[in-house]
Ligand binder design. Sequence first.
Ligand SMILES: Cc1cc2nc3c(=O)[nH]c(=O)nc-3n(C[C@H](O)[C@H](O)[C@H](O)COP(=O)(O)OP(=O)(O)OC[C@H]3O[C@@H](n4cnc5c(N)ncnc54)[C@H](O)[C@@H]3O)c2cc1C
Length: 393
Amino acid sequence: MQSKNDLVMELGEDFPEIRDSVRRICEQFPGEYWRQLEQEERYPDDFVRALTEAGYLAALIPEEFEGSGMPLRAAAVILEEIHASGCNAGACHAQMYTMGTLLRHGSAEQKARYLPEIARGELRLQAFGVTEPTSGTDTSRLKTTAVRDGDSYIVNGQKVWTSRALYSDLMLLLARTTPYDQVAKKVDGLSVFLVDIRESLGKGMDIRPLKAMVNHNTTEVFFDNLRIPADSLIGQEGKGFRYILDGMNAERILVGAECIGDARWFTKTAAKYASERRVFDRPIGQNQGVQFPIARAYAETQAAELMLRKAAALFQAGQPCGDVANMGKMLASEASWHAAEACLQTHGGFGFAREYDVERKWRETRLMQIAPISTNLVLSYIGEHILGMPRSF
Ligand SMILES: Cc1cc2nc3c(=O)[nH]c(=O)nc-3n(C[C@H](O)[C@H](O)[C@H](O)COP(=O)(O)OP(=O)(O)OC[C@H]3O[C@@H](n4cnc5c(N)ncnc54)[C@H](O)[C@@H]3O)c2cc1C
């Protein structure tokens, strides 16, 4: 009999009931819905509500806090199916995994106070403020500060690309509590806070939408002497970077699953169009120049998916999974991009026509090579930490 910690990697269409039910939800949100949203730069409220009501955004919250307590692989399947259906989970996927920092490092009081409400969909924890305009990928250099003042912290600084902040009640914020030049290790002295956006707006917090290539509801967040209660701190002061890193493996695996879903949508759409579109009196898919890029992207997708399933199994078994989670995310984002390119090329001029959704999905999947972590940073991790080559930064 398998114990809870056995490393299980199921192949084939695992979690068929979940896949089926997610597909049925997604059928209510066809391409036209997403095109309209983009045109109006709107947030997909109806879509997010449908997923919340089905309990899918609380998939990873343990049952003791009123969530579904599903394994990470089940959450990955949910996101994969959303993307394979032509939809986009970017509007709400953070609700699934951002709570992980609270779950693992929050106090019993914080967990009891927030997790059940998040699980019931009454409280949205969708925003995760790490990236800043000047420090970029070098998180240790972030400039937002939180300074203790009696029963409060005073926050000053700026975040950029904070997605969904205007559609979230809470924000997980990473800020410096000890100056960079006073810490032994550069990632020490960073702390994580759970900031109540509802309480903070207009009182030292300002959120401005940031227009972007994709309809990602992303923002810039400004802090000007924002006073937050001292009990907003999660875990110990100064240990925040480790807490954030902890949750990143789950994030990599879940975003990788979205890429697999995108890749499935692109290869299916491309193969169908290539079989139907006739030029020079034959289907364009009869030409191997059209066929091969789609076939290659399919093979790449299958390989990346295996890596991600391995990462999810290791994660579930509580074993180290940083290497495979990072590699899986990188390979999946490249597979989805190659599939996107093949799909766009196969559609010729019609690939540019909005009504086919190919150009929208093409733009959406391109993001995955930049966020939440860019390809170069994964490569440098492999070079330095797995292969032992000299440290570059
Ligand atoms: C639509 C969107 C949504 C986002 N949502 C969020 C969010 O919700 N919360 C959040 O905190 N962030 C978010 N981000 C930010 C995202 O995580 C960052 O954009 C990403 O991590 C890269 O950081 P940067 O843009 O500052 O790039 P930079 O750090 O400026 O890097 C630019 C390029 O240089 C490369 N580079 C930098 N240093 C090195 C090096 N030493 N060696 C080799 N290459 C290097 C990078 O790989 C990258 O390609 C989002 C971004 C986008 C576009």
